[in-house]
Design a protein around this ligand. Structure first.
Ligand SMILES: NC(=O)C1=CN([C@@H]2O[C@H](COP(=O)(O)OP(=O)(O)OC[C@H]3O[C@@H](n4cnc5c(N)ncnc54)[C@H](O)[C@@H]3O)[C@@H](O)[C@H]2O)C=CC1
Length: 392
């Protein structure tokens, strides 16, 4: 069986307009044929449905970038260990996926397209399963963590610090999935907001969003001493090892978390790169971490923090959306850029940086999609709840 990336992409583009119905059909068929698999997923499947298509989009559009695809799928495979996914599950998901594509493409489905999808799926499943097997030799499927800090920084925002019971390996800029005792099987993604610390503690910036069960529980019902579960670290928005360029970090809201981790990493590496950290918020009082950032900037001559507020005329400082003020702040064309925040803000900022002349390989982003947020089709990343494509 051979893989033709063009056929996979073209046929997937035909399916995209029908993605909500196709996703519902996929899960319906999967659970009808394998009722035992239902127990791996959370009771509410809304986030899950987006998640499947987001992951498929990432895989399909990365078919021509084998390294990025392998990194993504390996992370996914390691992450799926926490669901107790087995090799047989991969086969069940593969069959349901092909059945879904066949049904929704109708007479546009050809034996060549089927062959290409089967090959793509087989390769993806092998990478995910292989990474999971290798990971099982050295790491647990999930980590138990004790909440050791809980700071309310606003009506709907908290900085939550957790100490994992065992060492949790990660790099600055990565994210993990997190589960609270109150909502079993409901995993949500959060970036770790600090560079690795000697005592292993990890901090998260959490905004309680409407309809966000896990984020609300973390902000409103979590106290020091509570336990949470953490999945393995994932994501490629880490410091580019082969570059010593100065950095431009552009944050929107709690998207600040991974960028703060990168800033701390630059400090841990000796502060040899200049960093401009542009921090966007809707209102002045949404700049929930500004005192800490300004303290860091006062200590570190290589760091400049630029707060920007979009919707608050009483704010005494720079006004606008982060994507619109970059040119005013400086010329960043020779820098390595990192962008994190709401999907629309990431898309706008990435577009603006490209228009300003930054080549795409120097613009890093890792669109996270937390509860209640809609995926931005051309950005990579994946949503975290139950198993995804569960495994192939
Ligand atoms: N908590 C975490 O660990 C992480 C969160 N994120 C994402 O960051 C986002 C944070 O949400 P909130 O704190 O509620 O932020 P928010 O919705 O209050 O927005 C923050 C900033 O983004 C700007 N913005 C919004 N829409 C824009 C657009 N279309 N173009 C340009 N700028 C725009 C706003 O002007 C503001 O400066 C969420 O989407 C979350 O998924 C991303 C990475 C990590």
């Amino acid at each position: 069986m051979s893989l033709n990336p063009r056929l996979v992409k073209e046929s997937f583009a035909l399916l995209e307009p029908d993605s909500p119905r196709a996703s519902a059909y996929f899960y319906g068929r999967l659970f009808a044929e394998h009722p035992d698999l239902r127990a791996l997923f959370p009771p509410a499947m809304d986030v899950q449905r987006n998640r499947l298509f987001h992951a498929l989009t990432t895989v399909v559009w990365s078919l021509d970038s084998p390294d990025a695809l392998t990194t993504y799928l390996s992370g996914l495979g390691r992450d799926h260990r926490k669901f107790g996914v087995s090799e047989a599950h991969y086969a069940a998901v593969g069959a349901a996926l092909l059945a879904t594509l066949r049904k929704f493409l109708g007479d546009r489905w050809t034996p060549e397209i089927e062959e290409s999808w089967a090959a793509a799926y087989r390769i993806a499943a092998e990478v995910m399963h292989g990474a999971a097997v290798a990971d099982a030799l050295m790491a647990p499927p999930w980590w138990i963590g004790e909440v050791v800090g809980h700071e309310r920084r606003g009506i709907d925002l908290a900085v939550v610090t957790v100490r994992p019971a065992q060492p949790l390996p990660y790099e600055a800029g990565q994210h993990v999935t997190l589960q609270v005792a109150r909502w079993p099987r409901m995993w949500r993604q959060y970036s770790i907001a600090n560079a690795p610390r000697a005592d292993g503690r990890v901090s998260f910036h959490v905004r309680a969003v409407s309809g966000g069960w896990v984020s609300s529980a973390l902000v409103r019902d979590t106290e020091v001493g509570h336990s949470v579960l953490l999945g393995p670290a994932m994501g490629a928005m880490t410091l580019a090892r082969d570059s010593d360029r100065d950095l431009l970090c552009v944050a929107g809201g709690t998207g600040l978390a991974p960028l703060k981790a990168l800033v701390e990493q630059v400090a841990a590496d000796g502060g040899r790169r200049r960093v401009h950290l542009v921090v966007g918020a809707r209102r002045g009082d949404d700049l929930y971490d500004l005192p800490d950032l300004l303290r860091l900037a006062a200590e570190q001559p290589w760091l400049r923090v630029v707060p920007v507020v979009a919707d608050d005329t009483s704010y005494e400082g720079l006004h606008g959306r982060v994507s619109d003020v970059l040119e005013e702040i400086g010329d960043f064309t020779d820098r390595e850029a990192y962008v994190s925040g709401p999907p629309e803000m990431v898309a706008e900022t990435v577009g603006r940086l490209s228009a300003l002349g930054l080549p795409p390989e120097r613009v890093h982003h890792d669109a996270l999609h937390l509860e209640g947020r809609v995926a931005c089709p051309h950005l990579s990343g994946y949503i975290g709840a139950g198993p995804l494509l569960t495994p192939p």
